[in-house]
Design a protein around this ligand. Structure first.
Ligand SMILES: Cc1cc2nc3c(=O)[nH]c(=O)nc-3n(C[C@H](O)[C@H](O)[C@H](O)COP(=O)(O)O)c2cc1C
Length: 325
């Protein structure tokens, strides 16, 4: 399949693996890139720029194909060493960066000078247009169903994607709720040039996370996610568990008075405990509604091949079959 996204990133299939905290290590990114998609290492998960440089080298030892790095810009009192991360990316010879969170404008000049393509993840048409206007090469349009931070507008992809298509000139991928060949064809129909998956890639053999997490995804239905941190305007879609129940109780009890400090036990530093130790009730972790479509734990290559052959079948047989000749 050839789309503006496969051309832009030099990849075989229009499938991107979005940055994922404590999931996006070299093993994950390399497996996706080797399968013909675009794998992405999560920058901040590495802890510091030196470790990111090492992770990039480790990934390069596993694949000759292109892979990217995610840089998430979070509001924070003591920001991470972003200049150091950007340097590690440029020195590491990375050619694609997925930015997310705050406006990445400040970081575009050094990235562009190094010939790096930037895809910014946005949850609204407004932010997508902003990304286009500041010079991003593409956007990942993240609908309300997505795992992680869906923003505060709550527009699902059936509306968000065609709206993005109406407004944008740069290519975009559909993100949030994407799982299979049906998702890919739907995304292309709605105007996207590919798709970005997070949650679905966690339930693969190569995902470097505890098996408990993969099994939780297989067991979960589309009804099992919850939105947390809404009152803090930092909404996150997570899988329901005991910690999430507690967090939501606090939100209810404290109302508008709630502060980030009130929920620290449920959200701070919980990712390693969940992803590495498999402590499934340790805290809130991002998960999309797409969990309802996950029924197995294939290899990344099996998953990507299945998506592409299913998409081909839908376009060539099912859809073509509806046409009157
Ligand atoms: C466990 C997990 C961690 C994530 N961490 C990040 C992150 O650190 N930075 C980021 O930009 N997006 C993050 N995301 C969002 C994904 O990159 C992607 O946009 C999202 O998962 C797409 O929705 P889906 O899960 O329905 O496929 C995360 C998602 C998951 C499931």
């Amino acid at each position: 399949m050839k789309t503006r996204i496969t051309e832009l990133f030099g990849i075989e299939h229009p499938i991107i693996q979005g940055g994922m905290h404590f999931v996006g290590f070299a093993e994950m990114a390399a497996a996706v890139s080797e399968a013909g998609g675009l794998g992405i290492i999560t920058g901040l998960t590495q802890g510091n720029p030196e470790n990111l440089a090492k992770e990039i080298r480790r990934c390069r030892d596993m694949t000759d194909k292109p892979f990217g790095v995610n840089l998430t810009f979070l509001p924070s009192v003591t920001p991470p060493d972003y200049p150091g991360y950007v340097r590690a990316i440029i020195d590491g010879g990375i050619k694609v960066v997925e930015t997310a969170g705050n406006n990445p404008q400040k970081w575009l000049p050094p990235l562009k000078e190094a010939g790096i393509k930037v895809i910014h993840k946005c949850t609204s048409v407004r932010h997508s247009l902003k990304a286009e206007s500041i010079g991003c090469d593409a956007v990942s349009v993240d609908g309300f169903e997505c795992g992680g931070h869906p923003g505060e507008d709550d527009v699902p992809n059936f509306i968000l994607l065609p709206r993005a298509a109406e407004e944008l000139k740069i290519p975009f991928v559909a993100s949030g709720g994407m799982a299979d060949g049906r998702s890919l064809v739907a995304a292309l129909s709605l105007g996207a040039d590919g798709m970005n998956m997070g949650t679905r890639f966690m339930a693969t053999k190569e995902a470097p996370i505890h098996d408990h997490v993969k099994q939780a995804l297989v067991a979960a239905s589309e009804l099992d996610t919850r939105l947390v941190m809404r009152p803090l305007r930092n909404t996150e879609r997570v899988l329901k568990n005991a910690a999430v129940d507690r967090l939501l109780e606090k939100e209810k009890a404290l109302g508008a008075k709630i502060k980030f400090e009130d929920i620290l036990p449920e959200v701070a530093g919980v990712y390693p405990r969940i992803m590495k130790q498999g402590e499934m009730d340790a805290g809130a972790w991002s998960c999309g509604m797409v969990a309802g479509l996950i029924r197995d734990v294939p290899t990344v290559k099996e998953l990507v091949d299945r998506i592409m052959s299913e998409a081909e079948g839908i376009i060539g047989k099912r859809l073509a079959g509806f046409m009157r000749h």
